[in-house]
Design a protein around this ligand. Sequence first.
Ligand code: GDP
Ligand code: MG
Ligand code: K
Length: 302
Amino acid sequence: MQLENNGFKSGFISIIGRPNVGKSTFLNRVVGQKIAIMSDKPQTTRNKVQGVVTTNDSQMIFIDTPGINEPRHKLGDFMLKVAKNTFREVDVLLFVASGVDRVGKEDRYVLEMLKGIDVPVFLVINKIDQVHPDNLPKIIESYRNEFDFAEAIPISALEGNNVETLLAKINERLPEGPQYYPADQITDHPERFIISELIREKALHLTREEIPHSIAVVIEKIAPDSENKNMIRVQATIMVERDSQKGIVIGKKGVLLKQIGTRARQDIENLLGSKVYLELWVKVQKDWRNKAMHLRDFGFRE
Ligand code: GDP
Ligand code: MG
Ligand code: K
């Protein structure tokens, strides 16, 4: 678990584009099967993490932006505003289009929403295995006429062509940041995200929402206890943004943190079907939460 910025980069990436252009195929290609399992778990936030790609020096967190990819259900003004706010909180937006189809009404609907935002928007022309290379420049140009894309990258999500290039280009745009998710998260414990949500829920509840959105829980470790193999040891850090919030979460003489731990532990034991030793820490980390915090705001308002 890395919280310092030793040149490590991380960020959030939202994938948008009309149905059937290959968004899911792309995600599955880059994040692999195990993450697909994880994203099927019920989650309390609407902005669900769809996949995490961790390399030696970076972490890319792909998130879903609800509603955006379903232009059939026209977003109300409020939803549209919230969605746009979400866009501002990501580091890169991938606008995926199919090289087989031409620019259409649905593309324009999505692109219209992106106008005026600060985040780099990449044009990803997918399905190039079905496109003659000579036709690519014209296709790219037709999209560039609609929007000022930061990059234009043709790929085949199905066959994998140029996908590494796309990931490298995304990497270039990521800010320095922490490794939000342990690299082994999914393979080891698909429950990890739910456990963090359980702890967060107790913390929010017991602090009576005095610290509503500026809190996150990072699961550092889930492992069998070294002495008692029937016991699972969970180490988690509650991230807050200010010292005052740290005080609130810990409570007088640590009473509140203890209560959070007790309640969360019971739920985690039910989830894992095993005795759990839960170790909770509280840490102030000023900026790291900003993005995810807003992503959560989105969820709570739903
Ligand atoms: P989504 O609706 O944007 O998530 O699109 P999907 O990922 O579900 O893909 C829709 C269809 O396009 C599926 O039949 C995929 O197999 C196909 N598809 C996705 N990517 C490619 C690609 O790179 N090449 C080809 N030929 N087909 C693709
Ligand atoms: Mg899909
Ligand atoms: K997936």
